[in-house]
Ligand binder design. Structure first.
Ligand code: AMP
Length: 286
């Protein structure tokens, strides 16, 4: 029996049955918000936006083993389904899809989705196979629910770019919408992984956004990118980050580096505090 506040589907066939039911009772437009759970205000803003634009809002909660590399936090990743279902319901989710990994991935599965252009750059360089796992799970989720629109955060900029590319390349009949990043008052982008940080580390972590803003000012004022780049890394290292994996200025259209100050561009950063990996970005439009 379902003891949750919303219907919680554990299999693709249960999801399809429930969507069919909700579509006929609630209307026709379906939104989907894929997450790994441990919901925070960033996720909730995606769900609220989905609710504004749809009658049926599928919240998916699935810690996807395929996107975690060896030595990453698959086992320790926070899991709290009951709390997440309540939170999702409070901002407009109408049903939850939370499959068991063993059911969702057939033991004999052999097919994955790969991006041949950007899979191994930026985050992909430091997390081999990560985007392959992300694209595969997102393709499966979109095909399982066939929403009109799926909502993703701009916080995961490269992920959003690759998902848009996949949906176009594979003719998946779903509109992909990117939603603004929700931040702490310090500027730190909200993330489920912020839970791993102490109060002091959270303070340090907020430097990422400061560096992004300073870099944006620099670019807008015509400073040289290599100077901005060096300065940004220096600030992060001096603030106590253990490693800066990348700090890049990319074209919004191609996600390839731009050497001059042209726009529309996006600044992206990944840096580590201990084992906790933090990413963020800032767009620069003309
Ligand atoms: P996750 O559970 O980390 O896989 O994230 C699920 C979705 O929420 C992804 O589309 C993320 O980009 C989005 N998301 C995560 N953090 C934020 C944030 N601070 N603001 C807006 N969206 C976010």
């Amino acid at each position: 029996m379902n003891t949750f506040k919303l219907p919680v589907c554990r299999t693709v066939s249960a999801l399809r049955q429930e969507i069919a039911h909700q579509k006929t009772t609630l209307g026709q437009r379906v939104g989907m918000v894929p997450t790994m759970g441990a919901l925070h205000e960033g996720h909730l803003s995606l769900i609220s936006q989905a609710k504004e634009q749809n009658d049926v809002v599928i919240l998916t909660i699935f810690v996807n083993p395929l996107q975690f590399g060896e030595g990453e936090d698959l086992e320790s990743y926070p899991r709290r389904l009951a709390e997440d279902v309540s939170l999702g319901e409070s901002v407009g989710a109408t049903l939850v899809f939370s499959p068991d990994p063993e059911d969702f991935y057939d033991p004999n599965h052999q097919t994955t989705v790969t991006n041949s252009g950007l899979e191994n750059l930026y985050c992909g360089q430091f997390r081999p196979g990560h985007f392959n796992g992300v694209l595969t799970v997102v393709a499966k989720l979109l095909m399982a629910g066939l929403p009109d629109t799926a909502y993703f955060g701009q916080k995961d900029y490269q992920q959003l770019f690759l998902i848009k590319r996949m949906v176009a390349d594979l003719n998946i009949p779903v509109k992909v919408l990117g939603c603004s990043t929700i931040r702490e008052s310090s500027g730190l982008a909200k993330s489920s992984r912020n839970e791993y940080l102490s109060a002091e580390e959270l303070q340090k972590a907020s430097q990422i956004y400061q560096v992004l803003q300073e870099a944006k000012k620099g670019l807008v004022n015509g400073l040289n990118w290599s100077d901005i780049h060096l300065k940004g890394i220096e600030v992060l290292v001096n603030s106590g980050f253990d490693e800066v994996q990348y700090f890049e200025y990319l074209s919004q259209d191609t996600l390839m580096p731009i050497s001059d100050n042209s726009t529309p561009g996006v600044l992206i950063i990944a840096a580590l505090i201990g084992n906790t990996r933090l990413i963020d970005n800032l767009e620069i439009s003309s």
